[in-house]
Design a binder for this molecule. Structure first.
Ligand SMILES: *Cc1c(COP(=O)(O)O)cnc(C)c1O
Length: 406
């Protein structure tokens, strides 16, 4: 039985009254007969019934409960409920990866003839899914500059069913006005989907700003230690709890119980980690801005960032990702990357370990040069995901690497 279920809604101790920090540690847990303190990993592909009648009632949906781990697993459900509690969502569907979350949200909700308007600076695989795969199934995608509200509005058609964006964007940290785009979407009966990977619910809750769907790559900050691949879609009980869930149940891009457990533990420390990532990233961004070898720094916390004021309003902090352009093209960017020692050369982000990558030839390497140009991703761009090491050590490593350009 649930150790959270014995109080009423008007009791201040009821889970619905918990502050985010409490939700991150406690939401979704149901203790079993063993009275375990930490959530168990239910490594069981199927679940049993006391009778044929009970099995029939489960399968018909008449009585809720576990059936088969493709779509009902207690460890995965605990993760889903905890993330939903943090995003302020009625429902959450966990998926095998961030990309399968994007896939479940699009294929689960759209059909041939439907149209998506998406921002042009999307994560590389999302951009490729939208440009190369969805059109095969009759779903057309128009891309527009993330921050150009008029362009979003102009791109809408009667068939537009979804607006899709990431904010801050990867890797240039552009910030979209979620509330304004939610209004635009609502006016045309379309869903607004926000990939909340860079901020996580610790910094930004898109549903509160009017978005309909939140997409996550749990691989990044939700894990926070670079261990597992996973994703999630959050939203209301009908759209996510039934429609996206129905796609997952049938198509099967499901999260494993082990990965769910890792992400569940990640959520417990998410807010504390995000605070530290943001503090160090902000310090590095200000330092890089003054560095003679650096041409331009992209970080929403900088006063000269074009959407600084919007980011300050919409997010509780500015995030852990800093990108910068060095003087010279690809050679110079690669030289900086190759001359780091502490930072890991890897395209992953949101890890306790700082990572450094060259977006044009890694995360966005499969995009066409035209797509990269539209997204503003140049050959001289370097992206750093600022980890939890001492900021002085990260700065010393970058400083030594940048001096290799002198
Ligand atoms: C990594 C990432 C994804 C895809 O997630 P995977 O877990 O790698 O499939 C989607 N969106 C953003 C912004 C990402 O950084």
């Amino acid at each position: 039985m649930s150790d959270q279920g014995d109080s009423h809604h008007d009791d201040p101790r009821h889970p619905s009254h918990w502050a985010p920090a409490t939700r991150a540690v406690r939401a979704g847990q149901t203790r079993g007969l063993e009275q375990e303190q930490s959530e168990p990993i239910y490594a069981s592909s199927s679940f049993t019934y006391r009778s044929a009648a009970e099995a029939a009632a489960r399968f018909s949906g008449e009585s809720p409960g576990n059936i088969y781990s493709r779509f009902t697993n207690p460890t995965v459900r605990t993760f889903e409920q905890r993330l939903a509690a943090l995003e302020g969502a009625e429902a959450c569907v966990a998926t095998a990866s961030g990309m399968s979350a994007v896939l479940a949200a699009t294929l689960g909700l759209l059909r041939a003839g439907d149209h998506i308007v998406a921002s042009s600076g999307l994560f590389g695989a999302t951009a490729s899914l939208f440009a190369n795969y969805l059109p095969r199934y009759g779903i057309e995608v128009t891309t527009v500059p993330l921050t150009d509200l008029q362009a979003w509005s102009d791109a809408m058609r009667p068939q537009t069913r979804m607006l899709f964006l990431e904010t801050p964007s990867n890797p240039l940290t552009e910030v979209a006005d979620i509330a304004a785009l939610a209004d635009l979407a609502r006016g045309q009966g379309a869903w607004l989907a926000v990939d909340n990977c860079f901020c996580t619910p610790a910094l930004q809750r898109p549903l509160e700003l009017g978005a309909d769907l939140v997409i996550h790559s749990a691989t990044k900050y939700l894990d926070g230690q670079g261990r597992c691949i996973g994703g999630a879609v959050c939203g209301d009980a009908q759209v996510v709890g039934e429609q996206v869930f129905g796609f997952l149940r049938t198509a099967g891009p499901s999260m494993s119980p082990f990965n769910a457990w890792v992400f569940l533990k990640g959520l417990e420390t998410l807010a504390l980690r995000m605070e530290a990532h943001c503090r160090s990233a902000s310090e590095l961004a200000h330092w890089l801005e003054e560095h003679p070898a650096v041409e331009r720094v992209f970080y929403p916390g900088l006063a000269r960032h074009p959407q600084h004021a919007l980011a300050a309003r919409q997010q509780s902090a500015f995030g852990g990702i800093v990108s910068f352009e060095v003087r010279g093209g690809r050679d110079a960017a690669w030289r900086v990357i190759d001359n780091t020692r502490l930072l890991s050369i890897t395209a992953n982000l949101g890890d306790a370990k700082s990572t450094i990558t060259h977006p044009a030839t890694t995360t966005h390497g499969r995009n066409t040069p035209e797509q990269r140009a539209a997204a503003g991703i140049t050959e001289s761009l370097v992206r750093v995901s600022v980890g939890l090491e001492a900021v002085a050590d990260i700065r010393a490593d970058l400083d030594a690497a940048l001096s290799a350009l002198a």
